[in-house]
Design a protein around this ligand. Sequence first.
Ligand code: 5GP
Length: 208
Amino acid sequence: MSNDASSTAAPRRGRLIVVSGPTASGKSTLWRRLVQLPGVDFSVSATTRPPRPGEVDGRDYHFMDDAEFQRHVDAGDFLEWAEVHGHRYGTLKSEVEKGRAKGHDVVLEIDVQGAKQLRDLGLPMVSVFVEAPSEEELRRRLLARGTESPEEVERRLARVRSEMAEAGHYDFVVVNDDVDEMVRKVEEFLGYEPGRGVPSHDSGEVGA
Ligand code: 5GP
């Protein structure tokens, strides 16, 4: 690599910031806070799961049927994709490139299988795992959310243990005891000034 720190001609290319964690761990709270920061974008995933009440196509997910998802698979449009809870979810290369081309960091909220695929590809990325609280607390949060049936809640809880076993593969693990504290710790880990996002003086190449 011929990157000379004294000749910062190369425009900054944003980093991939992977956020994973078991269901209802608080990972969506985290990424929603991160993408409010200047210079931090969200990669809207594609999914075959039907929208939940209040979810908006193109904002929360690109909702699509199996055939359309498969067309994107065949066309090689996905950076990674995986089946989660019986539905397919994938990161579109175009989503990630849009932000990175602007020099923005791009947050991917993806499951542990997707994160593993990106690691195996050797893509430059920073990964954050939001650890679940106790199973009881998780069950309480899921039932309070009221968007899944009790059977679905139990199915999701069953996955939590295997997902937690993946935490050790992530660069940073955080527990969501207190939302502000969690966000502060992650901002610090990412090298952001609190509430300020991507440092404006950071013009060097970050990742490839
Ligand atoms: P939910 O249906 O609750 O929105 O998401 C279910 C799971 O799918 C979560 O663990 C979430 O991280 C994961 N997920 C969302 N988008 C993607 C994606 O693009 N790729 C992968 N591999 N997982 C995703």
